[in-house]
Design a binder for this molecule. Structure first.
Ligand code: GDP
Ligand code: GDP
Length: 455
């Protein structure tokens, strides 16, 4: 048990530290199969934290915290989304655009074994228009004998081609040295690093649910642009909005106002952008059009926010046009489609008339309080001891799994690590999670419970 205590303290301590400020945001781009994911994994591989092993925490992320030679930076992976998209051309255009908007410098990956392609040339054109610094990585050069293959890529006019093997790690260190230098020199326009002591809010939901209307309703005349995109567009990204006497930072409002922008591959693009806004936020306002059936896309956006571990306020909009039938339909849905998030804060309102929009601030504050909440270790263990004696884990094959000790490893959202002897069944984990909520609240925030088994 002493050992569990040590481990728990180490985990708690490690995740509580907030590291030095990142030097910038680096995006990895390139056409499919050149080895982007392999490279991203290679760069991140050495830093997988124990608490992040919890399923659902790190999946489908756009940005990751990375480190090289004492420099912390953000790594943006635009690769994992291509499967959703029809049409390689539009996917590539969207990918390059997102990468440019979210990053301060770009690693452009090409494939030595395939050689230079037309698609590579088109990506170069897009990257060049963006004006972002680009480092060229020629991948799949697995040994010294293959190094001559990188020479061909001088033709791209992107400067020195760095021969790497993402798979074996060859040359990746040199590439990172150059990329970090480029980051340090780059203008920081990515928005990921916007300094602010305001609470950060992502306003998300599928098109036409009323995001722009709600933003306008809340903001009235009070809007202040905090951060503008560099280069091709002058749209504001982040805006300060005064709600109920308190300032909040709304993330990526350009993504909201320009949703109808005529980009091919728009769906891919907006999904990536939503994900990035969620990652930058502390709280997600997830909007639904209550006058319409709930669509898969609605639930997908909600899951993105929940899986990212953000404080959650679900907003059912267009309440002004609902009749009794609609309201009953929604209540039924609440018990089915939404049963996974019954803990979320919920506000029914009308962005159009302003009805109930004054209820938002309270819901947002409640959700963030829960998100920040820390349960002292003594209290937590006393509570777990009580529920365990009242409801012990079922006996399996004559064996009794048992919780030894637990600690809250981090907040934002609350994460708990439980040390147990023997395997805790899914049902029992759920029971513990439910009991934690009943005892301590956590209204408006996801909580995560991971179990470490000691034999
Ligand atoms: P992405 O689509 O750009 O993310 O590419 P992946 O990372 O999924 O890699 C595509 C394929 O190339 C996979 O089969 C990888 O195993 C392979 N690959 C990636 N990096 C290397 C490398 O450095 N050398 C070799 N020989 N193969 C690689
Ligand atoms: P966005 O795509 O999520 O930004 O949605 P918009 O704010 O552009 O709204 C889409 C449509 O829904 C517009 O025609 C709005 O006027 C309408 N709308 C938004 N909020 C409300 C509301 O509370 N009630 C009604 N009746 N219509 C609304």
């Amino acid at each position: 048990e002493d050992q569990s205590l040590l481990d728990a303290d180490r985990i708690a301590g490690a995740s509580r530290q907030s590291g030095p400020k990142p030097v910038g945001v680096l995006a990895v781009v390139g056409r499919p199969n050149v080895g982007k994911s392999t490279l991203v994994n290679r760069i991140l591989g050495r830093r997988v934290a124990v608490v992040e092993d919890t399923p659902g925490v790190t999946r489908d992320r756009v940005s990751y915290d990375a480190e090289w030679a004492g420099n912390d930076f953000k790594l943006v992976d635009t690769g994992g989304w291509e499967a959703d998209v029809e049409g390689i051309e539009s996917a590539i255009a969207s990918q390059a655009q997102v990468a440019v908007q979210l990053s301060d410098a770009v690693v452009f990956v090409v494939d030595a074994q395939v050689g230079l392609t037309d698609t590579d040339q088109r990506i170069v054109k897009l990257l060049r228009e963006s004006g972002k610094p680009v480092v060229l990585a020629v991948n799949k050069i697995d040994d010294a004998a293959g190094e001559y293959m990188s020479a061909e890529f001088w033709k791209l006019g992107m400067g020195e081609p760095y021969a790497i093997s993402a798979m074996h790690g060859r040359g990746v260190g040199d590439l990172l040295d150059v990329a970090i230098e480029a980051l340090k020199k780059a203008d920081k326009t990515s928005g990921f690093l916007t300094p602010s002591n305001l609470r950060r809010v992502a306003l998300v939901g599928r098109p036409n649910v009323g995001k722009s209307s709600l933003l306008n309703q809340l903001a009235q005349q009070e809007r202040a642009v905090v951060n503008e995109l560099a280069g091709t567009t002058r749209d504001p990204i982040d805006e300060v909005v005064d709600i109920d006497g308190e300032d909040w930072l709304f993330i990526d409002t350009a993504g909201i106002k320009r949703r109808a922008h005529k980009l091919s591959g728009a769906e891919y693009y907006s999904s990536l952008r939503t994900q990035a806004a969620i990652e930058r936020s502390e709280l997600a306002l997830v909007l639904f059009d209550a006058s319409q059936p709930i669509a898969d896309q609605d639930l997908k956006v909600m899951s993105q926010a929940v899986d990212a571990g953000r404080a959650i306020v679900l907003v059912f909009n267009k309440w002004d046009v609902l009749d009794e039938f609609d309201r009953q339909r929604l209540e039924r849905l609440w018990n089915t489609e939404f049963d996974r998030v019954t803990w979320a804060e919920r506000v029914n309102l009308s962005a159009k008339t302003g009805w109930h929009s004054n209820r938002l601030a309270k819901a947002m504050r409640t959700a963030l309080e829960s998100w920040d909440k820390r349960i002292p270790t003594g209290k937590l263990n006393a509570f777990l001891g009580r529920i365990q004696s009242a409801h012990p884990h079922p006996l399996r094959g004559g064996k009794q799994a048992r919780v030894l000790f637990a600690t809250q490893a981090s907040t934002r959202p609350p994460r708990f690590v439980i040390f147990a002897t023997g395997f805790l069944e899914h049902g029992y984990r759920r029971f513990i999670e439910r009991s934690l909520r009943e005892e301590f609240g956590f209204q408006g925030t996801p909580i995560q419970v991971s179990v470490h088994i000691r034999e």
